[in-house]
Structure formats: C-alpha cells, structure tokens
Design a protein around this ligand. Structure first.
Ligand SMILES: [Fe+2]
Length: 244
C-alpha cells in the first residue's frame, strides 16, 4: 500500500500542481490532504479548482474553519483574500469535511494534534516564536488513545517523522504551498528550500517507510502572485523557503 499525504496547500496552485504531477508518477493507492487548503495570497480559486478535480481524503485545517466561521471583516488578510476569491461551492466542500479521519486501520489524520487544529505537535515554539523539535514523550502523550500505527498532522509546515516507543510513527509532511518557518536550530530540518513538501508512505512488509519529499516548482511566479495581492512577507517566504 502506498499513500501520499499533503498538507497546508494554503492557496498555492502552482505548488499543488507540481506535487500532484509528482504523485502521478508514484503509483499511490490513496491521497490524503490535511487542511489549510485555500488561505493565502497566491491563487485560492485556482487551488479550489485543482482540489475539486482529484479524489482525496481531506480534512479541515484551522484556516478552513476560520473561513467558515468568521465574518470577512474580522478575518486576517490572507483569509480575506481567500474568501473573496472562493465560490459558494468551494465553501460547501469545506463544510463537508471532517476535523479528523482515518484510512483503513492504518493511518490517522489530523491538522494540528488529535485534539486541536491550531496546536503545533512535532514542533514547539520558544519564547522568540522559533520552532524547536518537540520531545518524543511529549508527542506520545497526545496520541495514547490512537491504536493505528501511523498518525499524521500538518499545521507547523515543517516536515518531520518520529517513531515512538510503541512503534507508532507520527509524521508531518510539511507544507505544499508555504514551506517556510523559522527553526530555533536550522540544522534540525534536513534542507531549507522553497520546494513544495509532501510525504509518501509505503508499506514494506511489516514496516512503513515515510519519505518526506520536496518537489521543485516555479516558486518565483507564486511569490509574484503573492506580491500582486500585496502580501510582501508571504512573497519573500515563497522566494526563500525560509522565514527570518
Ligand atoms: Fe494550520
């Protein structure tokens, strides 16, 4: 069995297109998408048109919840850009999504942690707002009730896979559309790049292999689209793959 896991597309259709092309070459059985689908200043409508065109098991992210629950005047700038671009049918699709889901008896899906869509799980922020890797025992305490061998989450945009003492693997595929966060220790992530991130999960006998992939795409054009929407910082992040 082979599963592709995407998260945090954040309205970046160019990045999503590149990831879907890469997945198309990988003979996957299932595609999962962990939410924060549209919010962002790149191309929310183009993202919605792409997402509606392929079969995936999708769940809600915190920004998807904000799009459904908040009044436009109370939204952050990137959420407002998305809500103004999306069609009613796109919001209906969001409304149909669960907060968590499972794939067979193998994989549990959540956006932040099993209990919260806006809590970072595999990374923790220090007093300066920089991420450091969360300790394995702290990670394990948030999924004691989950019996499935694989558990995935998004939200932090930083790819990481952690094997727990009980053999279960918790992983974050990184972000398709906004792969930029500041780590307290930059060496704690494999590679800093503006490429689009996702995970390929492959069964190998009794074991599971988690491959954290990075797919090059035209990130400079995505950055220009963000700049055209007046989002200078977001544009810079897309150019660099790094947030200062
Ligand atoms: Fe999120």
């Amino acid at each position: 069995m082979r599963i592709a896991v995407l998260s945090d597309v954040h309205g970046n259709a160019l990045a999503l297109e590149a990831v879907l092309a890469d997945i198309g070459r990988q003979a996957t059985d299932v595609i999962c998408n962990l939410g924060d689908h549209f919010s962002g200043p790149v191309d929310p409508l183009g993202t919605a048109q792409l997402l509606r065109g392929f079969d995936a098991i999708s769940i809600l992210g915190n920004h998807d919840r904000y799009l459904l629950d908040e009044a436009p005047e109370d939204m952050s700038k990137v959420d407002r850009i998305a809500i103004e671009a999306l069609r009613p049918c796109d919001l209906d699709w969001l409304r149909s999504l669960p907060e968590t889901d499972v794939v067979g008896d193998v994989l549990y899906l959540c956006h932040g942690t099993p209990a919260s869509d806006d809590t970072h799980w595999l990374q923790t922020k220090d007093a300066d707002g920089r991420f450091f890797p969360t300790a394995p025992d702290v990670i394990a305490s948030a999924c004691e009730e989950i019996a499935l061998p694989l558990i995935c989450c998004g939200h932090s945009h930083v790819a990481r896979a952690v094997k727990l003492e009980n053999g279960h693997i918790v992983f974050n595929p990184g972000s398709v559309g906004r792969p930029a966060y500041t780590m307290a220790d930059p060496t704690s992530i494999a590679r800093l790049s503006p490429d689009a991130g996702y995970a390929l999960v492959t069964q190998k006998g009794a074991e599971w292999d988690i491959e954290l992939r990075q797919v090059p795409y035209d990130h400079m054009s995505a950055a220009q689209q963000a700049r055209d929407h007046g989002a200078k910082t977001w544009a810079k992040n897309l150019e660099m793959g790094w947030q200062r």
